[in-house]
Ligand binder design. Structure first.
Ligand SMILES: [Mg+2]
Length: 252
């Protein structure tokens, strides 16, 4: 039993489509990332690197990222953004030894994606959890290092709610691989039995939580409708506020 006397002491969240609402985002994926790739291209050009045409660079970036994700999904290893960039630079003939990767990633200029917002109840729920003394964690399948996604968390004004947060890019493994779950549990100094995980993807969020013994909650607003494919969550909610009575029930 924890110092708070509760069985559940931590609430772990997926980010995209769980705390952030992507339903208003309608652009093609490549159009979302094009401005950021342009930013990196401009930075490299200003640094004097001999670049291919902008469109060829964009194509190489896109192909490389797709290839790295396809490879990572075989064993649920995490795509490492720096490694993917280095691979792309090598393919475009750049001298990777002369490139400051961190500076390139800064030039990417991570920012909230147009049309992606918080759900109406994201902040009220996080606020309630904090008032109830739960530790709050974030686990996202993102190739970007956490410091890049943190820019978004700052912009949405939610970063201060998290006691620990991790991306698959940093963890080296992606959900549903158990290692990314054990890393966040270790960071929060809790056991699986003390945690609840909320995510929208049955195949990774729920499957992974179930496998390590974390109580699983599927975030399933009507517009998502992901198939369970045998990955049964302990609970299903259609909005984040529904989580609060579940946590109360788990204490009884
Ligand atoms: Mg998600």
């Amino acid at each position: 039993m924890s110092r708070t006397g509760k069985r559940i002491t931590a609430v772990l969240f997926d980010l995209d489509d769980t705390l952030l609402d992507w339903s208003g985002q309608t652009s093609h994926f490549s159009d979302i990332f094009r401005p950021h790739v342009n930013n990196m291209y401009t930075h490299l050009a200003e640094e004097g690197h001999p670049l291919p045409a902008r469109e060829d660079f964009f194509q190489c970036y896109t192909d490389t990222i797709i290839a790295h994700w396809a490879e990572a999904k075989k064993e649920f290893t995490g795509v490492n953004f720096g490694n993917a960039l280095t691979d792309c630079f090598t393919q475009t003939g750049l001298d990777t030894d002369s490139i400051d990767l961190t500076a390139v990633m800064r030039a990417y200029n991570c920012a909230p994606i147009p049309g992606v917002t918080l759900f109406d109840d994201t902040i009220p729920v996080l606020e309630t959890l904090r008032q109830r003394a739960y530790k709050i964690g974030l686990v996202t399948n993102s190739m970007l290092p956490m410091w890049m996604r943190d820019v978004e968390l700052h912009a949405y004004n939610i970063i201060d709610y998290f006691d620990a947060r991790i991306t698959s890019g940093d963890a080296g493994y992606m959900k549903p691989h158990p290692v990314i779950y054990t890393k966040i549990l270790t960071a929060l100094e809790i056991t699986p039995e003390q945690a609840v995980f909320i995510g929208d993807r049955p195949g990774n969020d729920i499957a992974g939580a179930n496998a390590v013994g974390i109580t699983s909650v599927l975030m399933s607003p009507p517009h998502l409708n992901h198939k369970l494919n045998g990955n049964e969550p302990d609970y299903i909610i259609t909005n984040l506020s529904d989580l609060l009575p579940i946590l109360e029930a788990l204490e009884k």
